[in-house]
Ligand binder design. Structure first.
Ligand code: NAD
Length: 446
């Protein structure tokens, strides 16, 4: 019997649409068709592939506004942020294609030795719901430029925006080169088990581990962009206003549903009271509501399970003696009012794991070594930030994360790799190294 995947507006539960779930039995055939399409695609020169991709991405341009509304309605983020993600995807796609083309040029080592970057075959791109277009786009484009076909498995929470995106591109791209599998973990697992050559995954640590196990049988290539529980250290001589502004903006961005949102803050005891007050004050100005409410900063939480997990983390902190500066565990679905917690301890869930909501927890320190130890005491290692004076660089040097910000957020300029340390994963979004993940490196000596 036909199974349907329903998509709802998280702000009011309205049914937005239904899509037929891809039967696990069909996935093998889809991947076989992808291999055939890939064999044709790789006959084109890289520049020809990029030219076709540019033409395909131009198809998105007249539809940016409607795509942004669909993204807002399906995922819940406000229209300003959705517009940013949609245009970043449309124009960023072209930028990524060009930078991938440059990264995939043969390297001549001299003495007749050449390094070549050949296609792997079929790339599976499995994506989360929090940035449903951006996260997929970062991996789909370099995979295609490298001459692979792609099987894309979007999150079960955001199938409609994925469908619209791929339909526009497929008006130009060759048939079966970019296909979508609709469904949840069952379909994701079937994709990993199928005859794909690389799995480029963005999502939670738990799913990443599951995928690694499934992929081990055939030793499939993996890209793993997993979760985070990003720390921030605010030193005694930090610019308190800049630090507080960054802390609030980073903790509540995308309703805190962001892999690199600041989740735990270690602040020097001498400035802690002022800092806590300022964070709570700035956070209290944040407006919570649906995507089309004027001035809204914090949208709904994606689903009840995630909402329940956030409330559980706040409740756990309250039960273990945290001081509540703003918000708290009394929350009505689907929203979480901005919540600021002081006196976080290592025993609290907030310190231990990813909360993934508009909540920030603060802890005071007297000894910087203690702050560094607690910042690093995590299986995660995605981003980490330090605000401070001349010793800030020395502290940053000791932080165990893939992306570090000193007196600013993480990320940096240009085509920097997006990368995790420890169990936040391995591999990259973006950067020449990232683009080359989708190629088989060959050394040819003549
Ligand atoms: P998730 O791991 O639950 O799901 C991600 C995708 O994996 C979905 O498409 C899902 O259907 C699929 N999936 C689930 N089980 C599977 C399995 N066994 N085999 C194959 N596929 C499977 O994550 P989510 O809730 O969609 O996203 C939130 C998580 O993603 C957070 O942990 C967040 O930090 C992380 N994230 C990380 C980055 C990064 O760049 N590091 C970016 C965005 C989100």
């Amino acid at each position: 019997m036909e199974k349907l995947l329903a998509s709802y507006d998280p702000s009011n539960g309205e049914l937005l649409g239904e899509i037929q779930v891809t039967e696990a039995a069909q996935i093998g055939e889809m991947v076989a068709r992808a291999h055939a399409a890939g064999r044709e695609w790789r006959r084109l020169a890289v520049a020809e592939r990029v030219a076709l991709l540019e033409k395909a991405y131009a198809q998105l341009e007249p539809h940016l506004d409607e795509l942004a509304v669909l993204l807002s309605r399906e995922m819940g983020k406000d229209i300003r942020r959705a517009t940013g993600e949609v245009s970043g995807t449309a124009y960023g796609g072209i930028y990524i294609a060009q930078s991938a083309m440059a990264a995939l040029k043969n390297t001549d080592l001299g003495s007749g030795t050449l390094i070549e970057y050949k296609p792997l075959g079929v790339a599976a791109v499995i994506s989360p719901w929090n940035y449903p277009l951006a996260m997929a786009n970062n991996l789909i484009v370099p995979a295609l430029v490298a001459g692979n076909a792609v099987v894309f498995k979007p999150s079960e929470e955001t199938p409609l925006i994925a469908q619209a995106f791929v339909e526009h591109l497929n008006r130009v791209l060759p048939e079966n080169l970019l296909q979508i599998v609709y469904g949840d973990a069952e379909q994701g697992q079937a994709v990993v088990e199928s005859d794909v050559n690389i799995v480029a995954f963005t999502g939670s640590q738990t799913t990443g581990k599951q995928i690694m196990k499934t992929a081990a049988g055939q030793l499939k290539r993996l890209v793993m962009e997993l979760g985070g529980n990003d720390p921030m250290i605010v030193m005694q001589d930090a610019n308190l206003e800049s630090a507080a502004r960054f802390a609030v903006a980073s903790s509540f961005e995308n309703a805190g549903q962001m892999c690199v949102s600041t989740e735990r803050i270690y602040v020097h005891e001498m400035i802690a009271e002022k800092f806590e007050q300022r964070v709570a004050e700035l956070a209290s100005a944040y407006k919570v509501g649906p995507w089309d409410m004027p001035g809204v900063n914090i949208g709904p939480i994606i689903n009840e399970t995630q909402h329940g997990k956030i409330v559980e983390h706040i409740r756990d902190a309250e039960a273990k003696g945290a001081r509540l500066l703003l918000g708290g565990s009394k929350q009505q679905t689907p929203y979480i009012q901005p919540t600021v917690i002081a006196d976080m301890t290592p025993a609290m869930l907030m310190e231990q794991g990813e909360t993934f909501g508009p909540v920030v927890a603060i802890s005071r320190y007297s000894d910087i070594e203690e702050a560094i130890r607690r910042a690093n005491d995590s299986t995660y290692g995605l981003g980490a930030v330090v605000y401070g004076g001349k010793e800030a660089d020395a502290v940053a040097d000791q932080l165990e994360a893939g992306m570090i910000g000193v007196n600013q957020g993480i990320g940096g300029a240009g085509d920097a790799p997006w990368v995790g340390a420890k169990q936040s994963g391995f591999g990259f979004h973006g950067s020449p190294e990232g683009h080359r993940q989708f190629a088989q490196v060959r050394v040819v000596s003549r």
